[in-house]
Write a protein that binds this ligand. Structure first.
Ligand code: KG4
Ligand code: ZN
Length: 346
């Protein structure tokens, strides 16, 4: 079964054709990063306009490089939540039009479910149930993946997402947007034990994260040194920061795995490309004898293949939307199917 996947939730216009959820026939990504870089972050209005300009070409290229036409496609999957509302609406409107014009079913996909599905592309042998850490620019969740289409969030960030924390620290240290990758690069040249940075102390849910205190601590450290006329080693600070984030992420993930009885772990989302995070989680999983699954680097960030992959599993589970499908800026991953079922029945 071939699914066309469309993604436009943030700053990448992406489309892909994936067969049976795991075999990528094409994966086209038009990134807007260079333009948003000028402003130090994503400008939603610019993102929507660029999606509108790019989407026809990106979808045509995805079909062409897969060597297929719409006649060969079984369903059109599209990210409908969560994300920037204007950006999402471009993908959703386009997918609805395409579905109407071709008579192909329309499958609404949750962006985070898509990130998780990137692991099925990289590891076709992976089967739920497992515990997944989803770390992106907007989310940091520990999620029980019960089946391909059933999720339960057990922990989440109470403030900044891990990616947001990387990007804001990077901006202070003078790196361009999006700074996560830049911190990763600088960290490889620095001493990760040079600075001792704070770990959050939270009451309540023991699997929840908090990154705003760490972010503020690094920013204050940098600015205070500047005011004293001192220069901190940027690579050492990047390495220490990355180590602290990796330790925090891994610690709660391992705690949740142990308490909830999971020995199969996955990581997903843009920040899963971080080498420090990958190494730390790999080390902790190895120590405990857990199986670990992480997406190949190509599928860590936003892409259409992950949406087509999740679209395949959603379609098989009967999650099909009508022409009344709307985009949603926020939607918890464990509430989405209530919304979709209403659409299906309607
Ligand atoms: O999943 P994603 O592409 O978009 C969202 O759904 O948000 O994640 C983007 C985030 C950005 O914050 C970016 O800086 C971060 O992922 N990121 C990284 C790395 N590559 C991307 N963070 C740390 N290290 C990296 N190598
Ligand atoms: Zn994403």
């Amino acid at each position: 079964m071939k699914i066309l996947g469309i993604e436009s939730s943030c700053d990448e216009t992406a489309a892909a054709v994936v067969e049976d959820g795991v075999t990528v026939l094409s994966n086209v990504v038009a990134s807007q990063i260079d333009e948003h870089k000028l402003y130090g972050g994503v400008v939603p209005e610019i993102a929507s306009r660029r999606h509108a300009e790019n989407i026809c070409g990106v979808v045509s290229e995805a079909l062409e490089s897969a060597g297929v036409t719409m006649d060969d496609i079984d369903a059109v999957a599209v990210t409908y939540a969560p994300g920037l509302i204007g950006a999402l609406l471009v993908g959703v409107s386009y997918a609805k039009g395409l579905s109407f014009a071709t008579g192909k079913p329309l499958v609404p996909v949750h962006h985070l479910a898509g990130h998780i599905a990137a692991n099925y592309i990289s590891h076709p042998e992976l089967e739920p149930p497992y515990l997944c850490l989803v770390i992106s620019g907007g989310h940091s969740h520990i999620i029980e993946v019960k089946t391909h289409t059933e999720f339960h969030v057990v922990g989440r960030t109470r403030d900044d997402a891990a990616g947001e924390c990387f990007d804001k620290v990077a901006r202070t240290l003078g790196f361009p947007y999006p700074g996560g990758k830049e911190i990763d690069r600088a960290a490889q040249l620095g001493n990760k034990n040079a600075f001792k940075l704070p770990h959050p102390k939270l009451t309540g849910c023991e699997y929840d994260y908090s990154f705003s205190g760490l972010k503020t601590a690094v920013i204050n450290l940098w600015h205070n040194a500047e005011q004293r006329g001192e220069e901190l080693d940027v690579n050492d600070l990047a390495a220490s920061f990355q180590k602290t984030v990796s330790d925090i992420l891994s610690e709660k993930l391992m705690l949740a795995a142990e308490n909830l009885g999971y020995k199969k772990i996955a990581v997903a989302g843009g920040v899963s490309a971080n080498t420090g995070v990958r190494d730390k989680i790999a080390h902790e999983c190895k120590k405990r004898g857990y199986e670990l699954y992480m997406p190949k680097f190509t599928y860590c960030g936003d892409n259409g293949a992950m949406i087509a992959s999740q679209g395949y599993f959603d379609f098989k589970a009967g999650k099909v939307a009508g022409a009344d499908l709307n985009a949603l800026a926020t939607l918890p991953i464990d509430q989405m199917y209530n919304v979709q079922c209403t659409m299906y029945n309607g």
